[in-house]
Design a binder for this molecule. Sequence first.
Ligand SMILES: Cc1cc2nc3c(=O)[nH]c(=O)nc-3n(C[C@H](O)[C@H](O)[C@H](O)COP(=O)(O)OP(=O)(O)OC[C@H]3O[C@@H](n4cnc5c(N)ncnc54)[C@H](O)[C@@H]3O)c2cc1C
Ligand SMILES: NC(=O)c1ccc[n+]([C@@H]2O[C@H](COP(=O)([O-])OP(=O)(O)OC[C@H]3O[C@@H](n4cnc5c(N)ncnc54)[C@H](OP(=O)(O)O)[C@@H]3O)[C@@H](O)[C@H]2O)c1
Length: 283
Amino acid sequence: MDLRRAPRGMMLTLTAPAPAQQNRNMLPAAPATAKFTVERITALLKRTPTLINFRTTRDAAFRFTPGHYARLGLGEEGAEVWRPYSIASAADAPWLDFQFTLVPGGDFSGRFAQLREGDEIRVDARSFGFLTLDVLAPGGTVWMFSTGTGLAPFISILMTDALWQRHPRVVLLHSVRQGAELMPDFISSAMATRTVEERERFRYLPVVTREPVEGALSARISELMRNGELEKIAGEPIDAAHSRAMLCGNPEMIKEIRAMLKEREMGPSRRGVPGQLAAEGYW
Ligand SMILES: Cc1cc2nc3c(=O)[nH]c(=O)nc-3n(C[C@H](O)[C@H](O)[C@H](O)COP(=O)(O)OP(=O)(O)OC[C@H]3O[C@@H](n4cnc5c(N)ncnc54)[C@H](O)[C@@H]3O)c2cc1C
Ligand SMILES: NC(=O)c1ccc[n+]([C@@H]2O[C@H](COP(=O)([O-])OP(=O)(O)OC[C@H]3O[C@@H](n4cnc5c(N)ncnc54)[C@H](OP(=O)(O)O)[C@@H]3O)[C@@H](O)[C@H]2O)c1
């Protein structure tokens, strides 16, 4: 099945590569002492000209904590380009899911744009990152602030038992320019892994800033925070006593929200003591 022609909203399914594609973009096998593995792209869905979802095989020894990113590598041996990409799949899934924004003129983006299902990609053997639940103090509503593909780590975190065991409520904000960049299918399949009771504790707030979309908020999330709209929607204050915040995506959004949270006494973990805030900027 060609997922690039699949209708919007269709779930990614793991498919075997077509035989004709087996020899496209073959990378040299990883050496025995490898710091990376060579994986195969098993599904690739172009949602818009600049937004791609893809799935790779996963080495049995690869471990990550939900919220972590993987380092992916493309290019000829000796001239590889490596970049970090947040993992959007569950920690125990036998595959790795990613959400990719093609950056015009970008070194990795240019190489990635050539890839098709069945092609190979290097995955660093380690995973990385600080956007994880263990840096947050238990309790309080978890507010997930995301822009663009900054949604990805939250999909993985939503599928984690610890989130629902440690925190009474979860609000996921996802801000994109155009409606076609929302990825509600990722959210519904993540939440389908949860119990009815956990689903009742979850709120998804899509935000579309450059066209009107029914059911979506239209102001930037920093503005919704500043003008009190988020607290009004949730019916509770956003402060250190009631809330935890996780931020991912556009660094300007992170800077603005972080400053507002600081005024509310919400800060990151320090010297191993969990805090109220965790953030990962993409550039
Ligand atoms: C921890 C971490 C996790 C990341 N996870 C993801 C992810 O899940 N999905 C994803 O698409 N990207 C993600 N990124 C960004 C990604 O690593 C690359 O920076 C991006 O794909 C551009 O690489 P490039 O080589 O094509 O462009 P480059 O030539 O390296 O960069 C060109 C410029 O584009 C800008 N830029 C970089 N990334 C973005 C972006 N996403 N949106 C807008 N402008 C950008 C920067 O100003 C950068 O200097 C992540 C970055 C970090 C630090
Ligand atoms: N998305 C596209 O249609 C598109 C098209 C061509 C190229 N690209 C490339 O992809 C890159 C990433 O685009 P993207 O749309 O994924 O990411 P983005 O530019 O970060 O925008 C994603 C969302 O974040 C919002 N945002 C931006 N700055 C913010 C801030 N300071 N506070 C709060 N919200 C903020 C945007 O609102 P605003 O709309 O108000 O900015 C938008 O809703 C671009 O830089 C470009 O290189 C994207």
